[in-house]
Design a protein around this ligand. Sequence first.
Ligand code: TYD
Length: 209
Amino acid sequence: MTNRGLFITLEGGDGSGKSTQAELLEQWLGSRGRTILRSREPGGTEVGEQIREIVLHHRGEISPRAEALLYAADRAQHIDTRVRPALERGDVVIQDRYIDSSLAYQGAGRALDLGEVRELSRWATGDLWPDLTILLDLDEVTARTRLDSSRTRFDRLEAEKNDFHRRVRAHFLELAAAEPRRFLVLDASLDIQTLAGLIRERVDTLLSA
Ligand code: TYD
């Protein structure tokens, strides 16, 4: 499917700095006169915020398949009601996390079948893929140290052990290697302005293409 707008997603482990970069990119694109929808998954819609509360903060067990379905339901609502309309208007969508998070966290992290997780999201979104996915790659130990200093409570996923986050990170890198045209992989330990510059460069190329 072709869109008139531009769909950009940010991916990476918890604590990799996605929100900071999303904000800087939003400011830069805004200053160039683009209309932007900044959003996130889980969340991003009213229904999504309720789902977010369940997947991130429900006390007690959620089975891996139920978790995958909850993220997919959030995604379907978000894409149908907010993202697709924005892209059809010609806006730039800057989104924190998308299908690749489900592949990395539910697929590699929870060890669900990767093909099934992909198919679930493909169905939920009507096969909508980003034009660009920025992967902020950071080793899980550094990411954890960053989180420890900034968080007072950890969500269900953040509370997982290092081994879980190692699998998540490795899978993000595999996804990026398989689709080098869609992904921009950046070392998230670089300083904020350097990262922002590298992101702007790539987005600029896309916009002028
Ligand atoms: P959030 O606070 O948005 O992430 P961040 O750490 O980037 O600020 O929390 C989202 C959590 O949900 C994060 O730990 C990753 C997880 N997640 C999945 O497991 N699957 C998914 O499909 C998505 C979108 C997120």
